[in-house]
Design a protein around this ligand. Structure first.
Ligand SMILES: Nc1ncnc2c1ncn2[C@@H]1O[C@H](COP(=O)(O)OP(=O)(O)O)[C@@H](O)[C@H]1O
Ligand SMILES: [Mg+2]
Length: 257
């Protein structure tokens, strides 16, 4: 089976700053894949490179078995992206933005209209018709960005911190849809700092440290069955223990606090 994502020696710099250095990783087809790392370790930059939002300095990327480059429009149509910046058009109403997104990804007018309406209901944004996106709360904006990422039924979904600022009911709905997506053999590549969520949701995980260096990749399904992950001659019973071990446990003391 071809991998959903294959990255070899990806490097991305912003001027002199190296954000991602020689990153190689493989995401098997149909996997719920958690991409983890501390703040500033290069997660969003990697997602940018894998989705065509950023131009890598070096490296090879294959998406759904095909070489990925700037002109790979057919391939981009098979991907859904919820970037860190969300990428909303603030002057639009939610239904206008989602309709635009659906049409841009090639849906016919009738299908686009139907999906916009279904998604607005599903995301509990049905009553927001008189508000422009600039007037939405952070959680509402996240909901719209999620809807925009899935409206065309992508074969590969990228979500950069999808759960932050979404309420518990919204998170529960999104998790359920993500299970449906991977259940159909489509892959999800997500970042989040909520490690309990990753533990329950994801089957595979990659952990990076600054600057975009892979320190661990593997199957974490043992944790969900009360098992452990062996690494460096130690047993880790939670993803948090493994994450802190790999990224450096830091508990700074503030004397005055
Ligand atoms: N637009 C940018 N211009 C310059 N440096 C950036 C930019 N975006 C990110 N960086 C730098 O790249 C590194 C990785 O950032 P990022 O990919 O956003 O990390 P993460 O998503 O893991 O928090 C950080 O050092 C950050 O300061
Ligand atoms: Mg980020």
């Amino acid at each position: 089976m071809t991998s959903a994502i294959q990255v070899d020696n990806l490097t991305k710099k912003y001027g002199e700053t190296v954000a991602v250095e020689n990153l190689s990783l493989t995401v098997p087809a149909g996997t719920m894949f958690g991409f983890l790392g501390p703040n500033g370790s290069g997660k969003s930059t990697t997602i940018g490179c894998l989705t065509g939002l950023l131009d890598p300095n070096a490296g090879e990327i294959r998406i759904l078995g095909e070489p990925f480059h700037d002109g790979a429009v057919a391939l981009k149509r098979r991907m859904g992206v919820m970037p860190e910046s969300l990428g909303l058009f603030d002057a639009l109403y939610a239904h206008e933005f989602l309709f635009f997104q659906a049409r841009m990804f090639g849906l016919d007018e009738e299908t686009a209209r139907r999906r916009v309406s279904e998604l607005l209901d599903a995301m509990e944004l049905g009553g927001t018709g008189k508000k422009r996106l600039s007037e939405f709360s952070a959680g509402m904006r996240k909901r719209v960005a999620f809807a925009a990422a899935v409206i065309h039924g992508p074969d590969l979904l990228f979500l950069d911190e999808p759960f932050e600022s979404i309420d518990p009911a919204g998170v529960a709905s999104i998790k359920q849809w993500l299970h449906k997506i991977t259940g159909q053999g489509r892959a999800v590549f997500l970042t989040t700092h909520v490690l309990e969520t990753v533990e329950r949701l994801c089957s595979q995980v990659a952990i990076i440290t600054k600057p975009g260096k892979l320190v661990w990749q593997g199957d974490i399904s043992a944790l969900d069955r009360d098992g452990a992950i062996s690494h460096d001659g130690r047993e880790f019973r939670t993803l948090e223990q493994l994450f802190l071990h790999l990224t450096g446990e830091r508990y700074a003391q503030l004397e005055w606090l």
